[in-house]
Design a protein around this ligand. Structure first.
Ligand code: GH3
Ligand code: MG
Ligand code: MG
Ligand code: MG
Ligand code: MG
Length: 292
Protein backbone atom coordinates (compact mmCIF):
# COMPACT_ATOMS: atom_id res chain seq x y z
CA UNK A 1 0.00 0.00 0.00
CA UNK A 2 1.01 3.63 -0.50
CA UNK A 3 1.02 5.02 3.02
CA UNK A 4 1.43 8.62 4.19
CA UNK A 5 2.68 9.07 7.75
CA UNK A 6 2.33 12.38 9.61
CA UNK A 7 4.20 12.49 12.91
CA UNK A 8 6.01 15.44 14.48
CA UNK A 9 8.17 13.37 16.81
CA UNK A 10 11.31 12.40 14.88
CA UNK A 11 11.94 9.11 16.70
CA UNK A 12 8.34 7.89 16.41
CA UNK A 13 8.32 8.92 12.74
CA UNK A 14 11.46 6.94 12.03
CA UNK A 15 10.26 3.86 13.89
CA UNK A 16 6.80 3.87 12.29
CA UNK A 17 8.25 4.46 8.82
CA UNK A 18 10.74 1.63 9.23
CA UNK A 19 8.11 -0.75 10.62
CA UNK A 20 5.72 -0.06 7.76
CA UNK A 21 8.49 -0.52 5.21
CA UNK A 22 9.50 -3.80 6.82
CA UNK A 23 5.89 -4.90 6.34
CA UNK A 24 6.32 -4.27 2.61
CA UNK A 25 4.62 -0.89 2.20
CA UNK A 26 5.55 2.18 0.18
CA UNK A 27 5.88 4.90 2.83
CA UNK A 28 6.15 8.68 2.73
CA UNK A 29 6.76 10.45 6.04
CA UNK A 30 6.13 14.11 6.91
CA UNK A 31 6.44 16.15 10.11
CA UNK A 32 3.06 17.80 10.29
CA UNK A 33 -0.60 17.62 9.26
CA UNK A 34 -0.20 20.61 6.93
CA UNK A 35 2.65 18.92 5.06
CA UNK A 36 0.60 15.73 4.97
CA UNK A 37 -2.33 17.54 3.39
CA UNK A 38 -0.04 18.99 0.73
CA UNK A 39 1.42 15.56 -0.05
CA UNK A 40 -2.04 13.95 -0.08
CA UNK A 41 -3.29 16.54 -2.58
CA UNK A 42 -0.30 15.90 -4.83
CA UNK A 43 -0.25 12.11 -4.74
CA UNK A 44 -2.68 9.26 -4.29
CA UNK A 45 -2.37 7.62 -0.88
CA UNK A 46 -4.68 4.77 0.07
CA UNK A 47 -3.83 5.10 3.73
CA UNK A 48 -2.91 8.01 5.97
CA UNK A 49 -1.53 7.30 9.44
CA UNK A 50 -1.45 10.49 11.45
CA UNK A 51 -0.32 11.48 14.89
CA UNK A 52 -2.94 13.31 16.94
CA UNK A 53 -1.02 16.32 18.30
CA UNK A 54 1.10 18.24 15.78
CA UNK A 55 2.02 21.95 15.63
CA UNK A 56 0.36 23.34 12.47
CA UNK A 57 -2.48 20.97 11.69
CA UNK A 58 -3.38 18.15 14.06
CA UNK A 59 -4.56 14.65 13.17
CA UNK A 60 -8.31 15.30 13.41
CA UNK A 61 -7.84 18.54 11.44
CA UNK A 62 -6.01 16.68 8.67
CA UNK A 63 -8.73 14.07 8.70
CA UNK A 64 -11.46 16.70 8.29
CA UNK A 65 -9.68 18.15 5.23
CA UNK A 66 -9.25 14.72 3.67
CA UNK A 67 -12.95 13.97 4.16
CA UNK A 68 -14.08 17.38 2.85
CA UNK A 69 -12.09 17.26 -0.39
CA UNK A 70 -13.74 14.86 -2.76
CA UNK A 71 -11.27 12.56 -4.48
CA UNK A 72 -12.13 9.57 -6.66
CA UNK A 73 -10.33 7.09 -4.41
CA UNK A 74 -11.02 6.46 -0.75
CA UNK A 75 -8.41 7.47 1.83
CA UNK A 76 -8.41 5.30 4.93
CA UNK A 77 -7.28 7.31 7.95
CA UNK A 78 -5.76 5.88 11.12
CA UNK A 79 -5.10 8.26 14.01
CA UNK A 80 -2.20 7.56 16.34
CA UNK A 81 -2.73 8.52 19.90
CA UNK A 82 -1.30 8.19 23.34
CA UNK A 83 -4.28 10.13 24.64
CA UNK A 84 -6.78 8.11 26.60
CA UNK A 85 -10.46 8.61 27.07
CA UNK A 86 -13.80 8.51 25.36
CA UNK A 87 -13.85 12.20 24.41
CA UNK A 88 -10.83 11.90 22.13
CA UNK A 89 -12.07 8.72 20.59
CA UNK A 90 -15.40 10.37 19.78
CA UNK A 91 -13.82 13.51 18.34
CA UNK A 92 -11.58 11.32 16.13
CA UNK A 93 -14.60 9.46 14.80
CA UNK A 94 -16.40 12.75 14.28
CA UNK A 95 -13.43 14.06 12.26
CA UNK A 96 -13.79 11.05 9.96
CA UNK A 97 -11.08 8.67 11.18
CA UNK A 98 -11.50 5.01 10.30
CA UNK A 99 -9.37 3.54 13.05
CA UNK A 100 -7.03 4.33 15.94
CA UNK A 101 -3.73 2.98 17.12
CA UNK A 102 -2.44 3.75 20.57
CA UNK A 103 1.20 4.44 21.29
CA UNK A 104 3.52 2.74 22.01
CA UNK A 105 3.20 0.86 18.74
CA UNK A 106 2.86 -2.89 18.66
CA UNK A 107 4.05 -4.38 15.38
CA UNK A 108 1.48 -7.19 15.36
CA UNK A 109 -1.42 -4.89 16.19
CA UNK A 110 -0.24 -2.48 13.49
CA UNK A 111 -0.08 -5.30 10.91
CA UNK A 112 -3.58 -6.45 11.89
CA UNK A 113 -4.98 -2.92 11.58
CA UNK A 114 -3.34 -2.59 8.16
CA UNK A 115 -5.01 -5.76 6.93
CA UNK A 116 -8.41 -4.24 7.85
CA UNK A 117 -7.42 -1.07 6.02
CA UNK A 118 -6.41 -3.08 2.96
CA UNK A 119 -9.71 -4.91 2.92
CA UNK A 120 -11.77 -1.71 3.11
CA UNK A 121 -9.63 0.09 0.50
CA UNK A 122 -9.91 -2.93 -1.82
CA UNK A 123 -13.69 -3.06 -1.47
CA UNK A 124 -13.96 0.64 -2.14
CA UNK A 125 -11.75 0.39 -5.21
CA UNK A 126 -13.76 -2.54 -6.59
CA UNK A 127 -17.00 -0.58 -6.10
CA UNK A 128 -15.51 2.50 -7.72
CA UNK A 129 -14.41 0.54 -10.79
CA UNK A 130 -17.80 -1.16 -10.97
CA UNK A 131 -19.55 2.21 -10.75
CA UNK A 132 -17.49 3.89 -13.46
CA UNK A 133 -17.22 1.10 -16.07
CA UNK A 134 -19.54 0.31 -18.91
CA UNK A 135 -20.31 -3.39 -18.58
CA UNK A 136 -20.40 -4.23 -22.29
CA UNK A 137 -17.27 -2.46 -23.50
CA UNK A 138 -15.20 -1.95 -20.35
CA UNK A 139 -14.90 1.76 -21.22
CA UNK A 140 -15.83 4.52 -18.79
CA UNK A 141 -19.60 4.84 -18.53
CA UNK A 142 -21.57 8.01 -19.21
CA UNK A 143 -21.34 9.40 -15.67
CA UNK A 144 -17.62 8.72 -15.43
CA UNK A 145 -16.70 10.26 -18.80
CA UNK A 146 -18.76 13.36 -17.90
CA UNK A 147 -16.80 13.60 -14.62
CA UNK A 148 -13.61 13.31 -16.65
CA UNK A 149 -14.79 16.08 -18.98
CA UNK A 150 -15.34 18.32 -15.96
CA UNK A 151 -11.86 17.54 -14.65
CA UNK A 152 -10.36 18.12 -18.09
CA UNK A 153 -12.06 21.53 -18.35
CA UNK A 154 -10.66 22.58 -14.98
CA UNK A 155 -7.22 21.49 -16.14
CA UNK A 156 -7.56 23.40 -19.42
CA UNK A 157 -8.54 26.57 -17.54
CA UNK A 158 -5.64 26.17 -15.11
CA UNK A 159 -3.18 25.68 -17.95
CA UNK A 160 -4.91 28.20 -20.21
CA UNK A 161 -4.87 25.70 -23.09
CA UNK A 162 -7.33 24.03 -25.41
CA UNK A 163 -9.14 20.74 -24.91
CA UNK A 164 -11.18 18.79 -27.41
CA UNK A 165 -14.35 16.78 -26.98
CA UNK A 166 -15.26 14.24 -29.61
CA UNK A 167 -18.58 12.49 -30.14
CA UNK A 168 -18.56 9.29 -32.20
CA UNK A 169 -21.59 7.50 -33.52
CA UNK A 170 -21.56 4.22 -35.43
CA UNK A 171 -23.08 4.60 -38.87
CA UNK A 172 -26.28 2.71 -39.64
CA UNK A 173 -25.82 0.58 -36.59
CA UNK A 174 -29.49 -0.33 -36.55
CA UNK A 175 -28.84 -2.22 -39.80
CA UNK A 176 -26.11 -4.28 -38.11
CA UNK A 177 -28.56 -5.36 -35.43
CA UNK A 178 -31.35 -5.93 -37.93
CA UNK A 179 -29.15 -7.94 -40.30
CA UNK A 180 -26.99 -9.99 -37.91
CA UNK A 181 -28.82 -9.77 -34.59
CA UNK A 182 -28.25 -7.99 -31.33
CA UNK A 183 -25.45 -10.28 -30.13
CA UNK A 184 -23.36 -9.52 -33.21
CA UNK A 185 -24.16 -5.85 -32.59
CA UNK A 186 -22.65 -6.24 -29.13
CA UNK A 187 -19.49 -7.85 -30.56
CA UNK A 188 -19.13 -4.88 -32.91
CA UNK A 189 -19.56 -2.40 -30.04
CA UNK A 190 -16.85 -4.16 -28.05
CA UNK A 191 -14.46 -4.22 -31.00
CA UNK A 192 -15.01 -0.53 -31.76
CA UNK A 193 -14.28 0.22 -28.11
CA UNK A 194 -11.06 -1.82 -28.35
CA UNK A 195 -9.94 0.00 -31.51
CA UNK A 196 -10.66 3.35 -29.88
CA UNK A 197 -8.45 2.50 -26.93
CA UNK A 198 -5.67 1.23 -29.20
CA UNK A 199 -5.75 4.39 -31.29
CA UNK A 200 -5.70 6.89 -28.44
CA UNK A 201 -2.80 8.05 -26.32
CA UNK A 202 -2.75 6.81 -22.71
CA UNK A 203 -3.77 10.20 -21.30
CA UNK A 204 -6.77 10.70 -23.58
CA UNK A 205 -10.07 9.47 -22.16
CA UNK A 206 -12.77 7.45 -23.83
CA UNK A 207 -16.22 6.49 -22.62
CA UNK A 208 -19.45 5.01 -23.87
CA UNK A 209 -21.93 7.85 -23.91
CA UNK A 210 -24.87 5.56 -24.52
CA UNK A 211 -26.08 3.03 -27.11
CA UNK A 212 -23.66 3.19 -30.05
CA UNK A 213 -22.22 6.58 -29.16
CA UNK A 214 -18.82 7.24 -27.63
CA UNK A 215 -17.06 10.29 -26.17
CA UNK A 216 -13.35 10.92 -26.53
CA UNK A 217 -11.55 13.66 -24.61
CA UNK A 218 -8.35 14.89 -26.23
CA UNK A 219 -6.13 16.45 -23.58
CA UNK A 220 -4.46 19.64 -24.94
CA UNK A 221 -6.28 18.99 -28.21
CA UNK A 222 -6.50 21.93 -30.61
CA UNK A 223 -8.52 21.86 -33.84
CA UNK A 224 -5.71 20.65 -36.05
CA UNK A 225 -4.49 17.88 -33.77
CA UNK A 226 -7.99 16.71 -32.91
CA UNK A 227 -8.93 16.49 -36.57
CA UNK A 228 -5.86 14.30 -37.04
CA UNK A 229 -6.73 12.02 -34.12
CA UNK A 230 -10.35 11.88 -35.28
CA UNK A 231 -9.20 10.83 -38.72
CA UNK A 232 -6.96 8.15 -37.21
CA UNK A 233 -9.92 6.76 -35.27
CA UNK A 234 -12.18 6.87 -38.32
CA UNK A 235 -9.60 5.01 -40.38
CA UNK A 236 -8.96 2.42 -37.63
CA UNK A 237 -12.66 1.53 -37.59
CA UNK A 238 -13.15 1.48 -41.36
CA UNK A 239 -9.86 -0.31 -42.17
CA UNK A 240 -10.94 -3.86 -41.38
CA UNK A 241 -14.32 -5.51 -40.92
CA UNK A 242 -15.07 -6.75 -37.42
CA UNK A 243 -14.51 -10.50 -36.95
CA UNK A 244 -17.53 -12.23 -35.46
CA UNK A 245 -17.23 -15.69 -33.87
CA UNK A 246 -19.04 -18.19 -36.08
CA UNK A 247 -20.28 -15.53 -38.48
CA UNK A 248 -19.37 -13.28 -41.35
CA UNK A 249 -17.10 -10.27 -40.71
CA UNK A 250 -19.11 -7.06 -40.37
CA UNK A 251 -18.00 -3.79 -41.97
CA UNK A 252 -18.80 -0.66 -40.00
CA UNK A 253 -17.87 2.99 -40.09
CA UNK A 254 -18.16 5.85 -37.61
CA UNK A 255 -19.00 9.51 -37.91
CA UNK A 256 -17.15 11.91 -35.63
CA UNK A 257 -17.95 15.42 -34.42
CA UNK A 258 -15.27 17.48 -32.66
CA UNK A 259 -15.60 20.62 -30.55
CA UNK A 260 -12.72 22.63 -29.09
CA UNK A 261 -13.10 24.11 -25.63
CA UNK A 262 -11.13 26.86 -23.97
CA UNK A 263 -11.80 29.15 -21.08
CA UNK A 264 -14.51 28.05 -18.75
CA UNK A 265 -15.07 25.03 -16.53
CA UNK A 266 -18.80 25.58 -17.11
CA UNK A 267 -18.37 24.68 -20.74
CA UNK A 268 -19.26 20.97 -20.56
CA UNK A 269 -22.81 21.27 -21.91
CA UNK A 270 -21.83 23.79 -24.55
CA UNK A 271 -18.95 21.60 -25.72
CA UNK A 272 -21.10 18.50 -25.94
CA UNK A 273 -23.77 20.40 -27.85
CA UNK A 274 -21.14 21.73 -30.29
CA UNK A 275 -19.68 18.23 -30.76
CA UNK A 276 -23.19 16.90 -31.36
CA UNK A 277 -23.77 19.57 -34.00
CA UNK A 278 -20.48 18.67 -35.72
CA UNK A 279 -21.51 15.00 -35.57
CA UNK A 280 -24.81 15.88 -37.20
CA UNK A 281 -22.86 17.58 -40.01
CA UNK A 282 -20.68 14.48 -40.41
CA UNK A 283 -23.82 12.37 -40.81
CA UNK A 284 -25.43 14.86 -43.21
CA UNK A 285 -22.24 15.06 -45.30
CA UNK A 286 -22.21 11.33 -45.98
CA UNK A 287 -21.03 9.56 -42.77
CA UNK A 288 -17.61 7.83 -42.28
CA UNK A 289 -16.07 11.27 -41.74
CA UNK A 290 -14.80 13.77 -39.18
CA UNK A 291 -16.14 17.30 -38.77
CA UNK A 292 -14.57 19.91 -36.48
P1 GH3 B 1 -26.97 6.67 -37.99
O1 GH3 B 1 -25.92 6.41 -39.02
O2 GH3 B 1 -27.83 7.81 -38.37
O3 GH3 B 1 -26.37 6.84 -36.65
O4 GH3 B 1 -27.89 5.38 -37.96
P2 GH3 B 1 -28.06 4.35 -36.79
O5 GH3 B 1 -28.82 3.18 -37.33
O6 GH3 B 1 -26.76 4.03 -36.18
O7 GH3 B 1 -28.89 5.19 -35.74
P3 GH3 B 1 -29.99 4.85 -34.69
O8 GH3 B 1 -29.81 5.81 -33.57
O9 GH3 B 1 -31.32 4.82 -35.38
O10 GH3 B 1 -29.68 3.39 -34.20
C1 GH3 B 1 -28.88 3.12 -33.12
C2 GH3 B 1 -29.02 1.66 -32.83
O11 GH3 B 1 -28.11 1.24 -31.84
C3 GH3 B 1 -30.38 1.28 -32.35
C4 GH3 B 1 -30.13 0.39 -31.15
O12 GH3 B 1 -30.86 -0.80 -31.22
C5 GH3 B 1 -28.67 0.10 -31.22
N1 GH3 B 1 -28.07 -0.12 -29.93
C6 GH3 B 1 -28.00 0.75 -28.91
N2 GH3 B 1 -27.38 0.17 -27.85
C7 GH3 B 1 -27.06 -1.10 -28.21
C8 GH3 B 1 -26.42 -2.19 -27.55
O13 GH3 B 1 -26.00 -2.12 -26.38
N3 GH3 B 1 -26.24 -3.35 -28.24
C9 GH3 B 1 -26.68 -3.46 -29.53
N4 GH3 B 1 -26.49 -4.62 -30.16
N5 GH3 B 1 -27.30 -2.45 -30.17
C10 GH3 B 1 -27.49 -1.29 -29.53
MG1 MG C 1 -5.73 10.24 -1.37
MG1 MG D 1 2.73 14.72 18.15
MG1 MG E 1 -26.86 7.19 -32.31
MG1 MG F 1 -25.61 5.50 -35.30
Amino acid sequence: MKILVAEDDATSRLVLGATLRSLGHDVTTVEDGAAALEAWRREEFGLVISDWLMPLLDGPGLCRHVRAERRPHYTYVILLTSLEGKGNYLSGIEAGADDFITKPLDREVLAARLSVAERIIGLHEALRIEATRDRLTGLLNRGAILDELQRELHRAVREDGPTATMLLDIDHFKRVNDTYGHLVGDVVLREIARRLQLTLRPYDRVGRFGGEEFVVLITHGDAEQSALIGERIRAAVAAEPVEVPGGQPVSVTVSIGVAIGQGSPDDADRLLAAADLALYRAKANGRDRVEV
